[in-house]
Design a binder for this molecule. Structure first.
Ligand SMILES: [Cu+2]
Length: 682
């Protein structure tokens, strides 16, 4: 997918222009927006737009280069992160949680193994091995599967084939004060005519973090520690001209991960992800690119409450997810048309167990399947035609269709669910649709984009087949509903980009109107499994629900070396029957000033949020407004041909105590945090 954003096929593949949005707006102001706004409008070449970021070294541009990928993603005004602790935040795109979006790494589908979503796909990529994150909104994100909110594709860094044989790399180390986090890593790369390889290893170890200053002290947030190892490797081999083979591997292992927002912790979260890819370039005058990938991944998640001193009942809750899949895509152009066609498919198996050990040794332990060994088989096709009427007017048409089959493989699981659905069949097939169109139009210093889409999605394994899944936020046990219809979504978006010499801005509005919106509702009269839960909720469908997302970003360079940046966004979510949708971001803002010279920069920022419109039905409390101040410094030292980068900063400078709308179960955010990053490139 790298071609999308890396310029070399830019001119040809205008097709992907409009789908390649300015993903991480805040952090790519330097790269994407300046290219986007200045070059594109100056040259009146819309196709310049697709260049995003500098694939070789973008993390060095960030104020905290060795921060987590989570905080990198959170800087995008399309994304919020649900925080159950300091580790593995769950990305929400356009105000919707993960089951409504397609999350991929280099186009690979990977599904979490945790029934509580403690292991999102995004936790398997490190900032240091990420090239860019491609965020596509609404039905524009349906290339690798059906979606409502859109898609996030994490593209890993790779050297690619080079003319000169070159061996390079970097060694890095970091420290953060609040949780005494230590980060160490090494990256090596080799780039030659016929062969390239990139290997990257990162180790992180953190203790409990401290919240801000409250009633005379900064208290520790218990169970927020973690240890993580991440190994990522990609290597390519050129069979002959235009024919390339590529193999890749990710091994990610987290141990002793605490989740203060949940009653359980994780002793092991492990992912093994591999893929093999074949690419054929410049096939003919009209066919430019054919890429086929096969992949397999296996995710293990071991969750228990053995570290919690007092619990009403001891529980073990392991889960497993295995996915094998493929995609094959073709890119071409014909006159005004730039075309892309992708076929993709996968088979996922999700299994999760719960064993309860009563405190009274005379009582029998209880065992159940919380995910009843469910197979999900998906196959789909998605096609795109980007029609360039003139350098100033462009129309994207995109459509897809998919077939999904779910099958409950376990008799125990099937019989358990039959307590609720007596006629339940183990097998269910659904047809999924997606349609999208976007018009892009240049006029003087403005670029306008208007898009519309319609699509649907199948329920997730939890929504369809979950069995007594505790949600601590509202304190209900959730039961899946295999009879759910597809959730449908109508989406409209409008954005405008304006640029003059020293000033750039982007305003964006998108609106989702969903039918048969899937959400849990209380079912009185059935006891919960978790002794302390309020009762059970069963997944049902609201006749409709809507979410509005708005954002405005501006960058101003009044004089040399100075950059002023502001970003503000707001969402609103409402369902039928007076249902206030949970986890909807209130008005939030970021203001930043950066002073930058060749080898160093310093910046100060103010980030804050108004109080949220909390959903009492889903156990949310209202979080007061807050604002925090961050400062960052960065300096580059050139040592012969080598390069040493030193970064230091303070987050939450005034040690403010606060909790955000997406801090799960009301856990407080991190207090003052001083960090130092050292990166040596050789
Ligand atoms: Cu878990």
């Amino acid at each position: 997918m790298n071609y999308k954003c890396s310029g070399y096929e830019t001119a040809i593949f205008y097709a992907v222009l409009s789908s390649c949005t300015f993903s991480i707006f805040a952090q790519e102001i330097k790269d994407s927006i300046s290219i986007l706004l200045s070059d594109s409008l100056k040259n009146h070449q819309l196709d310049e737009i697709i260049i995003i970021g500098n694939p070789s070294a973008n993390y060095l541009e960030e104020s905290k280069a060795l921060g987590s990928l989570d905080s990198y993603l959170e800087a995008s005004n399309s994304v919020n992160m649900i925080k159950r602790g300091a580790y593995a935040w769950e990305p929400m795109l356009n105000g919707m949680s993960t089951e409504r979006s397609v999350l991929t790494i280099d186009g690979m589908r990977i599904f979490h193994a945790c029934t509580d979503k403690m292991d999102p796909v995004t936790s398997y990529v490190e900032n240091t091995n990420l090239s860019n994150a491609q965020i596509e909104e609404g039905q524009a994100g349906a290339e690798f599967g059906n979606t409502v909110a859109g898609s996030i594709n994490l593209v890993r860094k790779k050297s690619g084939f080079g003319r000169n044989k070159k061996l390079g790399g970097s060694a890095f180390a970091g420290f953060e004060s609040s949780n005494k986090q230590q980060v160490y890593g090494l990256a090596l790369s080799h780039s030659g005519n016929h062969f390239f390889a990139d290997v990257d290893f990162t180790y992180r170890d953190a203790e409990n973090y401290k919240a801000g200053y409250q009633s005379g002290k900064s208290s520790e947030v218990p169970y927020s520690q973690f240890t993580k190892y991440n190994l990522s490797a990609i290597s390519g081999y050129k069979l002959k001209d235009h024919h390339e083979l590529e193999a890749s591997l990710i091994f990610d292992k987290a141990t002793d991960v605490g989740y203060p927002g949940l009653p359980m912790d994780v002793s092991l979260a492990e992912a093994l992800i591999f893929s093999l890819q074949y690419r054929y370039r410049n096939i003919s005058e009209n066919i430019h690119f054919w890429e086929t990938k096969v992949y397999y991944n296996t995710i293990t998640h071991v969750m228990d409450d053995s570290h919690r001193p007092v619990v009403p009942i001891r529980m073990d809750m392991p889960g497993w997810s295995k996915t094998g899949g493929f995609y094959s895509k073709l890119l071409g152009s014909f006159n005004k048309h730039s075309l892309k066609a992708t076929i993709s498919g996968y088979l996922n198996n999700s299994l999760a167990e719960m064993t309860m050990y009563p405190n009274d040794v005379n009582e029998k332990e209880m065992f159940m399947l919380t995910w009843p060994d469910v197979n999900t088989l998906y196959g789909g096709v998605n096609v795109e035609d980007n029609i360039s009427f003139s350098p100033h007017l462009n129309l994207l048409l995109q459509g897809g269709i998919g077939v999904q089959n779910n099958e409950i493989k376990s008799d125990l699981g099937l019989n358990s669910l039959r307590l609720f659905y007596s006629n339940l069949e183990p097998d269910k097939t659904r047809l999924l649709k997606s349609l999208f169109t976007r018009l892009s139009f240049h006029h003087q210093d403005f670029l306008y984009q208007f898009g519309m889409g319609y699509g649907d999605r199948a329920p997730s394994v939890s929504e369809g087949y979950g069995f007594y899944l505790l949600n601590v936020n509202d304190n209900y046990d959730y039961i899946g509903n295999p009879n759910l219809k597809n959730e449908k979504s109508l989406n409209a978006e409008f954005s405008t980009i304006y640029t003059i010499d020293k000033f750039k801005s982007k305003a964006k509005v998108n609106y989702f109107y969903m039918l048969d919106y899937i959400i849990g509702k209380p079912r009185p009269g059935i006891p919960s499994m978790n002794i302390t839960a309020n009762g059970i909720k069963v997944y049902e469908q609201l006749s409709n629900a809507s979410i509005l997302n708005t954002s405005l970003s501006m960058e101003y360079k009044p004089f040399e070396h100075w950059v002023f940046f502001t970003d503000a966004s707001y969402r609103y979510g409402q369902g039928a029957g007076n249902t206030i949708l949970p986890l909807i971001q209130p008005f939030s803002y970021l203001m930043k000033v950066r002073y930058e010279r060749d080898s160093y920069f310093g910046e100060i920022s103010l980030a804050g949020s108004s109080k949220n419109r909390n959903s009492i039905e889903f156990g949310e409390t209202q979080k007061p407004a807050y604002a925090i101040v961050n400062v960052a410094l960065s300096k580059n030292f050139a040592i012969k041909n080598r390069n040493l980068t030193l970064k230091a900063g303070v987050e939450n400078l005034f040690n403010k105590y606060y909790s955000t709308f997406d801090d799960w179960f009301g856990i407080p955010s991190m207090g003052r945090n001083i960090y130092v990053n050292i990166i040596y490139k050789f």
